[in-house]
Structures are given as structure tokens and as C-alpha cells.
Design a protein around this ligand. Structure first.
Ligand code: SF4
Ligand code: SF4
Length: 361
């Protein structure tokens, strides 16, 4: 598809009644926001990411998907940061009435979803849709998503998707997938809905040269990704080292702020509570994102079972990389690197794992 075709794709999606979201610049970062035109996208921009650091640079070229990841993942679109679950009103035959407050169906197309974020969505689907009690709130939002992936031809230094087997190529879980090349995009469909949109665009079959260029671009991206995590060994490594001195060392640097869990596309800790209505007529049950770094998260019946930051950091990392596998059959980490970039003191989970590994080798 030539570069001008991207606007046609956006127009087709809008015409089908979908709200289009994609990467947009806001407050010096790239987040997901409304897109009506290619000009809304971060054309020509690249980001610089490292531990505790993120900034944008305008290279002035034509690339629309040049920015790898920003702080925003798909998570808030399916698992709302704060939502009303149930309204309770006093009165009626049984003394009260309870009504589930389901989200309105909202058909949304998301442009430029990275392979690691598709993998993170699969992790969240496993938790919210395919566990014993499917979550109807998540389900409603998830059903409305039309996903247009963008395979990565450039990674950030914080990325380690190759270690986690999640990227840089978008292989599954999308409706359409784009790979941005010098002259335009290679487009493929991954679902019936994607096929329909592809047919509307009336694109010519990609020639062999374009396919080779795509393969080279994705392989080049993977080959320069030098941040690594030993995914095969990490489960046993962490569980065998629960009393390692590194947990005390990292606790000296960790602020316990929970930024890492807020930006993580798979973290799903949440809190539920009832808020009484001011007029005394009932209450609303609310669900809000929480974090295992929050001291209150481990507070039960007057006892805190993770009173120190050391305990909370260890809980996060061991769950994410080890016990998540026992619980859900996958790693809780997809290698997006967000927790490294958005950690104020720049704590890097791959370095923490390596530090433990080096002393036990
Ligand atoms: S733990 Fe960090 S690198 Fe892994 S998925 Fe979460 S934010 Fe991304
Ligand atoms: S690891 Fe970093 S982002 Fe996470 S709680 Fe500690 S200081 Fe905050």
C-alpha cells in the first residue's frame, strides 16, 4: 500500500462507524488518542528511551510508526482505570435493588498496535476472559476492538521482546497488520473483519521484493535488540533466591511509587469498594487499578503482610516472571520495557534478574 493509502484506511474505518485511536503526541510523549488524519500521527518522530528517561525528536521524515512505545498500552481500553460496577438502591421488596452498570459498547479501531502489546492483550484475555469467572466489563470493551498492528522495524533500547518471544513481528491477534517500509506499507489481514477492510481498500498483491524488504527490516530490528532476559531460567532462578541480598539492594533505590505497575500492559491488581451516595439512598461499587507496590494493598485485618519495599518489589518481580507462569501458563512480562523507562530512579528488571543470576551462576 502506498503512503497515501493510510489515509484511505483511516477513512474506511471511520465510515464503518469505528472510532479510530492511534499514536499521538501529548505532553511530550506518544500515547493513544483520536486519529482522523495521518497528520494526527507522530509523523517523522523518534523517541529516545532509557532507564528513567523518555524524550521525542523530530527527524522530519515520512515515517508514521517511527516511535516504538510510549507509556500507554491497550490496558486502559479494556480494563478501565476506574469504573462503576454495580449501583445499589435502598427500597423494593427485598430492602434493596442492585443493578450491574455495564459499559456502553464502543467500536474502536486502534492503529499501530505493537507485537508486545498484542501479546499483553492475550495475557489479559487469559485472566479476564478465559479464567473461571469471565469479567463482563472487560468482555464488553474487548469485543469492540478492531486491532491494526504495526510490526516493529525499529526498537527502543529498553525493549526485550525477542527474549520473551513476543516481537518484533506481529504474528497473531490482529485484524490487520502493517509493516512500514520506505515507500509505504505491507498490509495483511488476520481476521474476517480485517479481510473485509482489505477488500474495500482494493490493494494489489505485494511482490516478492516487498516481502523480502519486510523480512529484512523486521530481522534487522530483532538483531540489534541487545537487552536480554533469560526467560527459560528466570522462573527457577527467582524462586530459588527469595532471600537473595539483591532484594535489599533494589529496595534502597525503589520509591514504591507503583509507576511500573501502572504502565505495565499486563498488571491487573485492582481494588473494589462501596461508596455510599451522599443522600443515603444507596451505594455504588467501584473498581480501581491498584498496585502491589502500594502498602495498603497488603493490609488485611490490621496486619500488613508486605510491610517493606523489599517485600513489595520482590512480590512484583517474582509474580511477573515466575509464579505468573504457574498461575496462568505464560509469563506476566512481554518485554515492552515500559517499567524500565517510566521508573523514576531507572530500575531495570532485566538488570535485577542478571544481578541475581551472576551471583548464582
Ligand atoms: S514487566 Fe515491564 S517489560 Fe514486562 S510487560 Fe510489564 S512493563 Fe513491560
Ligand atoms: S520499581 Fe521504580 S516505578 Fe516501580 S515502584 Fe519502584 S521506583 Fe516506582
Amino acid at each position: 500500500m502506498e503512503r497515501a493509502g493510510l489515509q484511505r484506511l483511516i477513512d474506511v474505518l471511520i465510515k464503518q462507524g469505528l472510532e479510530v485511536l492511534g499514536p499521538v503526541i501529548r505532553d511530550g510523549t506518544v500515547v493513544l488518542g483520536p486519529v482522523a488524519a495521518v497528520a494526527d500521527l507522530p509523523v517523522g518522530m523518534r523517541e529516545h528511551q532509557s532507564a528513567g528517561h523518555y524524550d521525542l525528536e523530530d527527524l522530519g521524515d515520512e515515517r508514521v510508526f517511527g516511535v516504538a512505545t510510549g507509556p500507554a498500552s491497550l490496558k486502559p481500553l479494556v480494563f478501565a482505570p476506574r469504573e462503576n460496577l454495580v449501583q445499589v438502591e435502598l427500597g423494593g421488596e427485598h430492602g434493596f435493588r442492585a443493578e450491574a452498570l455495564r459499559p456502553e459498547p464502543r467500536p474502536v479501531a486502534i492503529l499501530g498496535v505493537r507485537a508486545c502489546d498484542l501479546a499483553a492483550l492475550r495475557v489479559q484475555d487469559r485472566i479476564f476472559l478465559h479464567d473461571r469467572y469471565p469479567d463482563p466489563y472487560y468482555e464488553e470493551r474487548r469485543r469492540g476492538l478492531f486491532l491494526i498492528a504495526a510490526s516493529c522495524t525499529r526498537s527502543a533500547p529498553t525493549c526485550f521482546c525477542t527474549s520473551m518471544g513476543t516481537g518484533p513481528e506481529a504474528r497473531e491477534g490482529f485484524d490487520l497488520a502493517l509493516t512500514e517500509l520506505d515507500e509505504g506499507f505491507l498490509v495483511r489481514a488476520g481476521s474476517e473483519a480485517g479481510e473485509e477492510v482489505l477488500e474495500t481498500l482494493g490493494l494489489a498483491e505485494a511482490d516478492a521484493e516487498t516481502r523480502v524488504a519486510e523480512r529484512r527490516a523486521i530481522d534487522a530490528c530483532a538483531s540489534v535488540m541487545d537487552r536480554k532476559l533469560d526467560a527459560a531460567r528466570v522462573h527457577d532462578l527467582l524462586l530459588e533466591n527469595l532471600d537473595h541480598g539483591r532484594w535489599d539492594e533494589v529496595a534502597e533505590r525503589c520509591l514504591g511509587c507503583g509507576n511500573c505497575t501502572m504502565v505495565c500492559p499486563t498488571c491487573f491488581c485492582h481494588d473494589e469498594r462501596d461508596e455510599a451516595l451522599l443522600d443515603g439512598s444507596g451505594s455504588i461499587r467501584i473498581r480501581e487499578w491498584d498496585s502491589c507496590f502500594d502498602r495498603q494493598h497488603a493490609q488485611i485485618h490490621g496486619i500488613n503482610f508486605r510491610p517493606k519495599i523489599r517485600d513489595r518489589y520482590r512480590q512484583w518481580l517474582v509474580h511477573k516472571l515466575a509464579t505468573w507462569q504457574d498461575q496462568f501458563g505464560t509469563s506476566g512480562c512481554v518485554g515492552c520495557g515500559r517499567c524500565i523507562t517510566w521508573c523514576p530512579p531507572g530500575i531495570d528488571l532485566t538488570e535485577e534478574v542478571r544481578a541475581i543470576q551472576e551471583t548464582t551462576a
